[in-house]
Design a protein around this ligand. Structure first.
Ligand code: 3NM
Length: 225
């Protein structure tokens, strides 16, 4: 059963959990530490695991998230998201060809639906569609894509839609300020947390930067969503 729709809070730090970047550690250990340290959303993104493994991992991640009131999102598969009772599903552009949004809604009902976009055109399409948040990237170089789109469109994407926008791709402590300066409010990362030698400190530092920006720009962002 899918839970009641939850809102993505302004200034969310979104962990995309992929074990392949965890340097031999269990992704559950990483997720647990990140959950204790301040991430707001965790997505299960495991491209190489079979359904049975995903169900088992997904149950554990769901339980970690529930305990800390963290939003739990499943990548790629609305049926798996539903079976796991996740808060939502995240879809790439290719997933949308397999699962049109109308069908995704039939499966997950009122749960959160997020979509990846890689250009302003795709972003605009997503903004006028039945999704609950829009991911935009990769803004910087990353391992999972062979291109990056840069930060030129970050300001436009940040201000174009009332839906929460999550920036992704190569974001870490060295470049997060650049995005926050350009108006980014929500940030998603894999390696900056999963591959960190000190998950807890990395989460806290990233979150601290985001909250400091929130405090500095309080008038503009309060109650936006
Ligand atoms: N999606 P890292 S970039 C999973 O642009 C993913 O849609 C992207 O990993 C997109 O923080 C990306 O290690 C990888 O660069 C993010």
């Amino acid at each position: 059963m899918i839970y009641m729709k939850r809102r993505i809070k302004d200034r969310s730090l979104y962990l995309v959990a992929s074990e392949e970047y965890a340097k031999g550690r269990s992704i559950l250990d990483v997720a647990r530490e990140a959950a204790l340290s301040g991430v707001d959303i965790i997505q299960m993104r495991e491209k190489g695991k079979g359904r049975e493994e995903l169900v088992s991992l997904g149950k554990e991640l769901a339980s970690i998230c529930r305990e800390k009131d963290i939003i739990f999102i499943v990548n790629d598969d609305p049926y798996l998201a539903k079976d796991l009772g996740a808060d939502g599903v995240h879809l790439g552009q290719e997933d949308l060809r397999r699962f049109p949004l109308s069908r995704v809604r039939e499966v997950v009902g009122d749960a959160i639906v997020g979509v990846s976009t890689h250009s302003i055109r795709q972003f605009k399409d997503a903004a006028s569609s039945d999704v609950d948040y829009i991911a935009f990237g990769p803004v910087f170089e990353t391992k999972t894509k062979d291109y990056s789109i840069g930060t030129t469109d970050v300001e436009e994407a940040s201000s174009m839609s009332d839906k929460p926008v999550v920036f992704i791709g190569g974001i870490d402590e060295s470049n997060i300020d650049d995005l926050l300066d350009k108006g980014a409010r929500n940030i998603a990362v894999i390696r900056a947390i999963v591959a960190s030698g000190d998950v807890s400190s990395s989460v806290k530092r990233l979150k601290d930067r985001m909250l400091r920006y929130a405090a500095d720009t309080r008038d503009e962002c309060d109650d936006r969503w």
